[in-house]
Design a protein around this ligand. Sequence first.
Ligand code: CDP
Length: 231
Amino acid sequence: MRSYASQSRVIAIDGPAASGKSSVARKLARQLGFIYVNSGAIYRAITWHLLQNRIGSDEEERISEALDSVALACVVRDSEARIVVDDVDAAEHLRDDRVNECVSRVSKLPRVREIVSEKLHDCAEGHDVVIEGRDIGSVVFPDTPYKFYIDASPEVRLQRRAAQGERDEITIRDHDDVSRAVSPLVKAKDAHLIDTSQVTVEQVVTQIMLRLEQAGLPIGDVQMINRAIGE
Ligand code: CDP
């Protein structure tokens, strides 16, 4: 794996499906003027591309070939990283039922994880970022001092996903994500745990901001600088 020298600040927000990561990470990024990056969207875009090409999640060799030939780019637009696959913005396909069903099987492949990790480091090159995912604090950016693990009870998470109107077997995905050999979903030892079952997104963001200040991130200065440069 590549090693990277970057001066950017990285805030890692990890946790299981429907724990509230996306809402929290997006709002936090907006408040700080950081770029919001959803690493799951990259795994989803790859999965969508493989499905389009009728490549099964167990066909490792064909997956490798497909990854060698696809142009995968993270493009920053409106302070968010968008995933572009062979010049197509994949956003509208990322939550398809078939993608929900297959994404965890695709995500367990080391080659896939390596490519996504590279893309995430590319996104953080020259940008302060809030990145949400499963292994951001534990594996992709282990040296960042800003790590959070967002969780909620299984009942609350199931309710939240159902309320979004998606067909998504999150229990199966969580099991696959926790039990895979490479970069499983795990709370990094130095990550701050927040249970979002009973609290609002705003309350979680406030908690994180306080924690970031305690960890040495000068929140007021960061917001002022980012406003000044128009982020
Ligand atoms: O939004 P939700 O939490 O349901 O899922 P997501 O963040 O879009 O991630 C979709 C899937 O991508 C996860 O179930 C994992 O299998 C995989 N993933 C991963 O392996 N590592 C990450 N850093 C992010 C996502």
